[in-house]
Design a protein around this ligand. Structure first.
Ligand code: SF4
Length: 88
């Protein structure tokens, strides 16, 4: 195999590898609906009941009465909890 042929094979491999990355990224993006992307409750493991030691949204610095949060999207319960909890 000449050096030119080796170079050609390397270029082909490089192009294949470059094509894999965007395809993988698109697959992840395509698997997620806009609603899922906007709702991050799962990401923060939000639950509608208090966490350990009675930690709950109403006692969290990120809570915005009556039922919103600075981090978790959508409506939340004052008695809920998530992993982003920060004690007041
Ligand atoms: S960060 Fe979590 S615990 Fe704190 S108010 Fe938001 S949802 Fe509740």
């Amino acid at each position: 195999m000449s050096s030119e042929e080796k170079s050609s094979v390397s270029r082909g491999e490089a192009i294949k590898r470059l094509a894999i990355v965007p395809a993988a990224a698109l697959g992840v993006a395509a698997g997620m609906s806009p609603a899922q992307a906007a709702d991050n409750k799962k990401q923060f493991k939000y639950q509608d009941k208090p966490g350990v030691h009675g930690q709950k949204c109403s006692g969290c610095r990120l809570f915005r009465p009556p039922s919103s949060c600075q981090v978790v999207t959508g409506k939340i319960s004052p008695n809920g909890w998530c992993t982003a909890y920060v004690k007041k």
